[in-house]
Design a protein around this ligand. Structure first.
Ligand SMILES: [Zn+2]
Length: 511
């Protein structure tokens, strides 16, 4: 009995709003009636010890991968690493008494009972998703026509869940960016907006003794609201002029807190002689605008790195990944490749400098170390908001890299706690930080854009995918399911205007 009381304690400790008598009754109930509980109790003795450490190998980036996906975490945080890409099935692995491993796949009949114990309280078989299968229409039709038997065709299918950040999703995002570029040219502004843990909206919600890093629920919610507010400010208040389209994606890069990459296409392009009105890359005048001075010196100074601080994280092979220090120039120059050189006056030419602390030492930095920013956005949102003018063909590559990068990854190995030898076996996996986990639990979007991009299907004749069960297979075979492509062909036969359009022009007129 003492043991079961401890189990109740542990269960209640997860959530202090739980009613102990209810947990007690449920636990007793499952122990008495659930067949799977009895089964698991018998294998508990064989569980290995929990004392392991996970070692992340940050200097190992697989070739061809985006380097920052494999960064080492820059802060202490609770995170999970999942082997492989997250699109793989989440199997349950059982360790049998004879030391064999048994895999319980997502389509196993016991899977539902393990996921939803209250619905399947006896541990009985679940809904058995294995019934639903998918196949290309033509193969299904041929199988039925040959012998009327659909048993051997089709793959067991898990309905495409919200596989957020799966490589396929990220690929679609990049395609959205490309279709904007095809229609409207390169974006006008590339904005990076980073969560600031010092925001009063976060601070005022903390309990005494807590720091923002203890409350990812709050930082995630506040950042979500701020991002919405920033997008409204730009899109509805037209702070840079009327917007034609926009998109953003949120990422974490193992820094504990989220940041968003935002692309803005304007109706009226910013001309090169107007850049200074919108973007500054200089330290503001403390007497003239102390608030802006404080925000910029706190949030918009890079490093310093280079000779001033060679051990800075941004330094790779003796060079700063973010191309600092930048060149001092007395006037903004719009470069031939579309990247402007923002005005950064030297201290001899009325440029200002400020002091930053590096390794307990005061270092004087000038305008070479300033991230380009919008004074208006910086003052309104009091955070790191890097605003870049980006009319360049090169920016397309840059944008796709941002949009297409996918989730954080880590190369890692598992070692026993007191084991100091080098680990030889490393695996690659997805890295999900606490903040990202909160974001996903809240179902906040990691990607949004406007206007909507309609994805058009492309497939061979009768090559579209069809989903079926044993019960409805004949119905499905009767008529190939329509897709955007088959509907387009129908339209071309029956509609005089539709016939004049290209496939890619259809959504503009028929949605
Ligand atoms: Zn640097």
């Amino acid at each position: 009995m003492g043991d079961s009381a401890r189990q109740v304690d542990q269960r209640c400790a997860h959530n202090n709003s739980l009613k102990r008598p209810v947990v007690e009754q449920l636990q007793l109930f499952f122990h008495q009636h659930n067949g799977l509980v009895a089964l698991f109790k018998t294998v508990l003795d064989h569980m290995p010890s929990d004392n392991h450490k996970i070692v992340i190998k940050a200097d190992k980036t697989p070739t061809g991968q985006h380097i920052r996906r494999f960064n080492a975490p820059t802060i202490d945080e609770v995170a999970i690493v999942i082997v492989g890409e997250n699109v793989e099935n989440r199997d349950i692995v059982l360790h049998r008494r004879n030391n064999q491993l048994q895999r319980v796949s997502e389509t196993h009949r016991s899977n539902d009972a393990l996921q939803y114990p209250i619905l399947f309280w006896q541990g009985e078989d679940g809904l058995n998703q294995a019934k639903l299968r998918s196949e290309e229409y033509i193969h299904l039709r041929d199988a039925i026509n040959a012998d009327g038997n659909a048993h051997n065709v089709g793959r067991t299918t898990i309905l495409p869940a919200t596989y957020v950040r799966s490589p396929r999703h990220m690929h679609e995002y990049a395609q959205d960016a490309m279709s904007y570029i095809c229609h409207y040219g390169t974006p006008d502004l590339l904005i990076t907006f980073t969560c600031n843990p010092q925001w009063t909206e976060i601070r005022q919600e903390l309990f005494i003794g807590q720091s923002p890093i203890d409350r990812h629920d709050i930082t995630a919610r506040v950042f979500k609201r701020k991002l919405k507010s920033l997008m409204d400010f730009i899109v509805k208040q037209h702070v840079f002029g009327e917007t034609r389209c926009w998109m953003y994606s949120v990422e974490w890069q193992k820094r504990g807190l989220p940041h968003a990459h935002i692309l803005i296409w304007l109706v009226e392009t910013i001309k090169s002689n107007e850049i200074d009105d919108v973007i500054s890359a200089e330290i503001p005048d403390n007497d003239e605008d102390p608030l802006l001075y404080e925000i910029v010196t706190k949030n918009m100074i890079h490093g310093p790195c280079g000779i001033l601080n060679p051990s800075s994280r941004c330094m790779v092979d003796g060079k700063c990944l973010k191309r600092f220090p930048r060149q001092l120039v007395s006037e903004t120059i719009s470069g031939n490749d579309g990247y402007p050189l923002y005005r950064r006056r030297s201290t001899d030419n009325n440029g200002r400098s400020t002091t930053v602390k590096v390794n307990q030492q005061d270092i004087e930095v000038d305008n070479r170390w300033v991230f380009p920013f919008s004074p208006l956005l910086s003052k309104t949102y009091k955070a790191h908001i890097n605003v870049e003018f980006c009319h360049s063909v090169k920016s397309i590559k840059y944008i796709c890299k941002y949009v297409n990068k996918g989730s954080d990854m880590a190369v890692f190995g598992v070692a026993a706690e007191n084991y100091n030898d080098e680990i030889t076996h490393f695996q690659m996996g997805r890295y999900v930080s606490s903040n990202e986990a909160m974001w996903l639990v809240f179902s906040f979007p990691i990607y949004e854009r406007h206007p909507t991009v309609v994805r058009l299907a492309v497939h061979l004749e009768n090559g579209q995918r069809v989903y079926f069960t044993t019960e409805n297979v004949l119905q499905r075979v009767d008529r190939p399911p329509s897709t955007t492509l088959t509907s387009f062909f129908e339209m071309c036969q029956n509609d005089d205007f539709g016939r004049t359009l290209l496939y890619s022009e259809m959504p503009k007129y028929y949605t």
